[in-house]
Design a protein around this ligand. Structure first.
Ligand SMILES: Nc1ncnc2c1ncn2[C@@H]1O[C@H](COP(=O)(O)OP(=O)(O)OP(=O)(O)O)[C@@H](O)[C@H]1O
Ligand SMILES: [Mg+2]
Length: 248
């Protein structure tokens, strides 16, 4: 564990659920890159739970990497079940970070993961149809969280963001307007976003092994996302503890 994270008072384990009741938004890609962030940058023990009942792309991707003898620094379990919270609890002692890829369409499994989570990332691209699914996903999470006494931080992560840079600012109108919509609706949106890069797509869909690069070795923008993800814990750990003065 690096010093910064060791002193950050991360929950043990830190449970991060990625969700959006809409498929194809970049949940699995985000789960893999964030898992790599925690293992390579902070040397933490990381488990990814593929809880997607529809497309077990995380599981297949992981198998493909292992078969090609690519070093994958984290572990993965396929557990697409409404009992996903048992999977989290049973593995809590063995890992520092558990990332749940809660799949699209199945509200049941997503909702089962929420009460065991510390962090919920609502993943969406800038596509209006996907952004429109954020409130229903949020409501499903809220319902699930009502049954838990654990505090869950909910943030939106924007993926597949088109990039048109001008003076160091991304002026893409799709990006600006959808971010604006989300912020106006009161969502806490990550400052960092994940650009629409072929390179991310090739990470999951491209060649592996036989001299091909290990796509997860370069964290890309997920390094910033990871830093932002743990920032609240760092802030809390650094907050000065002012001795309470008892009035005379
Ligand atoms: N930032 C990105 N830029 C370009 N392509 C991306 C990006 N992120 C993901 N993709 C591609 O988009 C597709 C969907 O991504 P991914 O499988 O991560 O989404 P998902 O939300 O897990 O989808 P599903 O609901 O089908 O499981 C994949 O082909 C992936 O390679
Ligand atoms: Mg997926």
């Amino acid at each position: 564990m690096t010093k910064s994270v060791a002193s950050a008072n991360l929950p043990e384990p830190l449970v991060v659920t990625l969700g959006n009741l809409k498929g194809g938004v970049g949940k699995t890609t985000s789960a893999f890159f964030l898992a790599s962030y925690f293992t390579t940058v902070h040397e933490l023990r990381v488990l990814v739970i593929d809880a997607d009942p529809l497309s077990q792309t995380g599981y297949s991707w992981y198998r493909r990497l292992l078969k090609a003898n690519v070093t994958v620094p984290f572990e993965l379990i396929a557990f697409p079940s409404r009992h996903v919270h048992d999977c989290i609890t049973d593995n809590a002692g063995k890992y520092d970070v558990i990332i749940v890829d809660a799949g699209g369409e199945s509200a049941d499994i997503f909702k089962a993961a929420v009460p065991s989570s510390d962090e919920l990332l609502l993943v969406t691209s800038v596509s209006p149809s996907e952004v429109k699914r954020v409130p229903s996903t949020y409501r499903a999470a809220e319902e699930a969280a009502a049954e838990s006494d654990k505090a869950i931080r909910v943030r939106v992560l924007m993926t597949k963001v088109p990039v048109t840079m001008k003076n160091g600012v991304n002026v893409s109108t799709e990006y600006r307007s959808q971010r604006g919509n989300l912020e106006d609706a009161g969502y806490d949106v990550f400052e960092a976003y994940v650009s629409a890069w072929k390179w991310y797509r090739e990470a999951a869909d491209g060649e592996v092994g036989d001299g091909a690069e290990n796509p997860l070795e370069d964290l890309g923008e997920y390094r910033q996302v990871g830093e932002e993800l743990i920032q609240p814990y760092l802030d809390a750990a650094l907050a000065p503890r002012i001795p309470l003065e008892v009035p005379a």
